[in-house]
Design a protein around this ligand. Structure first.
Ligand SMILES: *[C@@H]1O[C@H](CO)[C@@H](O)[C@H](O)[C@H]1NC(C)=O
Ligand SMILES: *[C@@H]1O[C@H](CO)[C@@H](O)[C@H](O)[C@H]1NC(C)=O
Ligand SMILES: *[C@@H]1O[C@H](CO)[C@@H](O)[C@H](O)[C@H]1NC(C)=O
Ligand SMILES: *[C@@H]1O[C@H](CO)[C@@H](O)[C@H](O)[C@H]1NC(C)=O
Ligand SMILES: *[C@@H]1O[C@H](CO)[C@@H](O)[C@H](O)[C@H]1NC(C)=O
Ligand SMILES: *[C@@H]1O[C@H](CO)[C@@H](O)[C@H](O)[C@H]1NC(C)=O
Ligand SMILES: *[C@@H]1O[C@H](CO)[C@@H](O)[C@H](O)[C@H]1NC(C)=O
Ligand SMILES: *[C@@H]1O[C@H](CO)[C@@H](O)[C@H](O)[C@H]1NC(C)=O
Ligand SMILES: *[C@@H]1O[C@H](CO)[C@@H](O)[C@H](O)[C@H]1NC(C)=O
Ligand SMILES: *[C@@H]1O[C@H](CO)[C@@H](O)[C@H](O)[C@H]1NC(C)=O
Ligand SMILES: *[C@@H]1O[C@H](CO)[C@@H](O)[C@H](O)[C@H]1NC(C)=O
Ligand SMILES: *[C@@H]1O[C@H](CO)[C@@H](O)[C@H](O)[C@H]1NC(C)=O
Length: 628
């Protein structure tokens, strides 16, 4: 093919005269060739390989028409361009259809850009996202063919008046993450399909005129200061698929009319002030509903959770009362109803068929009844949070069938009976919190099967007998909370991984404090208070490099308390025989003070590890939260 010459040595002589024979190498018109060479001079970047050949159609980030006679696309994203001088040069390419200047450092759109690029009727797509644009919108005159305008992630401000009204072909407008204020513009092109205005300062009502954008598929007005209620007329948008109104100051009623939009699949209006009840049919066509963090009251309508398309529902942090509806969509993936005033039982009828349910959060309500065995059929569950309710009865062995579960939180209920051995089949379990219940019996000796366990909370129950010796093989355990039970007997070797806390307080332990606790070199807090430990405090504890808190109160300890580093907070009250020998004389054990550096490292790394673990768990949960 007759493209431009590569840097073939045979052709080098020709290069000396290439400017006289441009068309011998390129099919590009000579004016365009001149413009492209001028551009090459103006834009210097190691990202561009524009010197390697004389044919601009072969340059990277340049796209030509199929016959190579004209440049139609320039993708100049991420080149640190700061000078607006290049813009008018680019606009000399009359055949340009797509101009991507995103992720640069342009601070303004000069008048010359508007006048020259505005004349290019074929220009369809302009992308200035992630630049440093400031000030108010320029008036876009011309641009008769512009379909996509992306000015998101800049610092533009002021009201939007008629600056964009002339863009009659506009299908997609993105002004998100700027500082625009005033009312939401309603005189834009009727062709508009996507309107992204999130994270600005738009204020006042959502104008009824938005309903005139009859082709709208996506409307995102979240993170603004919009007030009053949602206009009924939004229900007249026949093609709307995504409606996001989160993080505003909207209040009043959620219009029934939204339930008429057959195409609507996602509706998010979380973090507003809606104080009404939820319209009955709202979810008729939805896949995803988020109304969390409002003041919604009344009950959850009986059919709200049942439409078969429904996958994600978040109604947490409202004031909803009554029972959880019985009929739940078999496609439900995530159901969050926590922090309301819901009562009655966990609906067991449909639970058995919720094979896709991955996140179930019903915590901080007033749910009664038992943890139903049917829950064991929700095979996909990764997170089960029923904490802080009024659940009674035993833990069903069927929970052992939740083979994907990572986090199980059942604390702060009135669950009684034994801990079923089957719970130790949960190989993926990372956090088990069944603290603050009425559980009795022993800690299952098969506990070490939980190889992924990082946090075990069994405190404030009535567990008795001894801690199973095999606990030491929980090799990832960071936090062990066994306080306030009736545990006794020999204390086994603890997992060396322990970091956050080992709490054995308020149990029935007697005898000497196990000196081998000092092998827990990552442990930060050791709480042995309120037992009947006797004898002296092991000297070796002073060498635990990560220890910050040692709680020995209310025991029968005696002897002289060894000298700990200043950073370690030691509590010894309520041990009649124990004296603080270090008090009077600044003892000879001074040399221990030379440990602070490893101590600091250990502290930092253990805190970091703990953060990572909780972050991992949180990330897997947060993944399914929307970006705001
Ligand atoms: C391309 O050539 C020009 C002019 O010869 C030169 O100034 C520039 O550094 C070269 N750019 C690259 C990336 O090689
Ligand atoms: C246009 O240029 C490209 C890239 O150099 C080449 O692959 C293609 O064959 C050329 N097409 C025509 C019609 O010349
Ligand atoms: C603009 O560019 C950014 C990345 O640089 C991209 O994410 C965005 O989708 C583009 N906008 C349009 C409308 O194509
Ligand atoms: C701006 O919004 C448009 C339309 O939704 C979208 O295609 C584009 O990717 C968004 N831009 C960025 C940078 O996300
Ligand atoms: C929130 O909206 C109410 C009206 O619904 C209004 O009275 C109040 O001033 C608004 N608050 C803010 C901070 O805009
Ligand atoms: C919702 O708030 C408005 C204004 O504050 C108030 O008039 C109305 O009674 C409230 N409705 C409910 C159901 O609480
Ligand atoms: C549950 O809801 C679905 C869809 O709304 C409906 O078809 C089904 O009959 C309901 N089932 C029961 C047991 O009410
Ligand atoms: C429990 O729910 C109430 C009511 O929604 C809320 O105010 C409170 O913060 C919640 N508590 C927790 C621990 O989330
Ligand atoms: C679920 O667990 C129970 C009790 O542990 C067991 O009897 C039953 O076979 C399990 N069900 C299935 C479907 O695996
Ligand atoms: C245990 O955790 C590791 C790391 O997070 C993960 O790769 C592994 O799949 C988990 N094991 C099970 C049985 O879930
Ligand atoms: C377990 O529940 C207790 C009591 O509410 C709480 O203090 C603790 O933070 C919870 N821990 C985990 C890991 O869930
Ligand atoms: C022991 O005495 C030292 C020096 O007075 C004091 O700093 C430390 O807090 C005391 N320790 C306890 C556990 O009372």
């Amino acid at each position: 093919m007759g493209g431009c010459a590569r840097s073939n040595p045979l052709l080098i002589p020709l290069f000396f005269s290439f400017s006289f024979y441009p068309l011998a190498f390129c099919k590009l018109s000579s004016p365009q060739l001149a413009v492209m060479r001028n551009l090459r001079k103006k834009i210097q970047s190691p990202e561009l390989s524009w010197n390697s050949t004389e044919d601009p159609c072969k340059w990277n980030r340049v796209t030509c028409s199929q016959d190579n006679t004209s440049v139609i696309e320039l993708s100049l994203s991420g080149l640190s361009l700061a000078s607006p001088d290049t813009l008018p040069v680019i606009c000399q390419i009359g055949s340009l259809q797509v101009l991507d200047l995103s992720d640069n450092q342009l601070a303004s759109l000069p008048v010359e850009f508007i006048t020259s690029c505005g004349k290019i009727d074929g220009l369809k797509r302009l992308n200035f996202s992630s630049n440093a644009l400031v000030g108010s919108l320029p008036s876009f005159t011309g641009f008769a063919g512009l379909e996509f305008l992306d000015l998101s992630y800049n610092k533009m401000n002021r009201n939007i008046g008629s600056e964009l009204d002339g863009l009659v072909k506009l299908r997609s407008l993105n002004l998100s993450l700027n500082m625009f204020n005033g009312p939401v513009p309603v005189k834009l092109s009727r062709a508009l399909e996507e309107l992204q205005l999130w994270a600005n300062g738009f204020e006042g009502e959502i104008p009824e005129g938005v309903a005139n954008y009859q082709n709208l598929k996506t409307l995102d007005l979240s993170q603004n200061q919009l007030s009053w209620s949602i206009p009924d007329r939004l229900g007249e948008l026949p093609k709307l698929e995504v409606l996001v109104l989160s993080s505003n100051n909207l209040s009043g009623k959620i219009p029934n009319s939204l339930a008429n939009i057959q195409t609507l699949s996602r509706f998010s209006a979380n973090q507003n002030n809606f104080n009404c009840s939820i319209p009955n049919v709202l979810t008729r066509f939805l896949k995803n509903l988020d109304l969390s963090y409002n003041k919604l009251s009344g009950t959850i309508p009986p059919d709200l959770l049942s439409p078969p398309n429904l996958q994600i529902v978040d109604l947490s942090y409202n004031q909803l009362g009554g029972a959880i509806p019985k009929n739940i969509s078999s496609h439900m993936f995530r159901l969050r109803l926590g922090s309301n005033s819901l009562n009655g039982p966990i609906p067991s009828d449909s639970l058995g068929s919720l094979e896709k349910l991955t996140y179930l959060e019903l915590d901080n309500n007033s749910l009664t009844g038992s943890v139903h065995p049917e829950l064991g059929k929700c095979r996909s569950l990764a997170l089960l949070n029923l904490a802080q309710n009024k659940l009674t009865g035993p833990l069903p062995p069927e929970l052992g069938n939740l083979s994907s579960i990572q986090v199980m939180k059942l604390q702060l209920n009135k669950i009684s009976g034994n801990i079923p051995d089957q719970i130790t089949q949960l190989a993926s379990l990372a956090q088990l919190n069944i603290s603050y219940n009425l559980l009795s019996g022993t800690i299952p000796s098969s506990l070490p099967n939980l190889q992924n366990l990082t946090a075990l909370h069994l405190q404030n129950n009535y567990l008795n007998c001894s801690i199973p010796a095999a606990i030491r093989s929980l090799r990832g355990l960071l936090e062990l909370q066994l306080g306030k039970n009736h545990l006794s007997g020999d204390i086994p070797t603890m997992p060396l991984s322990l970091q956050i806390v080992l709490n054995l307080s308020s149990n029935l332990f007697v005898g000497a404090i196990p000196a081998n606790f000092s092998q827990l070199t990552n442990l930060e807090i050791l709480d042995l208070s309120d037992n009947q430990f006797s004898g002296s405090v092991p000297e070796s504890f002073t060498q635990m490099p990560a220890l910050t808190q040692l709680i020995l109160s209310k025991n029968l300890l005696s002897g002289v308390l060894p000298k700990f580093r200043d950073l370690v907070k030691v509590e010894t009250d309520g041990n009649k025989g124990l004296t603080n020998g270090t008090a009077p004389s600044p003892s000879p054990k001074r040399k221990r003070k030379s440990v602070p550096e490893p101590l600091l490292t250990a502290l930092v790394s253990s805190v970091f590890a703990a953060l990572v673990v909780s972050a991992v768990v949180n990330i897997s949960i947060e993944k399914f939260l929307w970006r705001r």
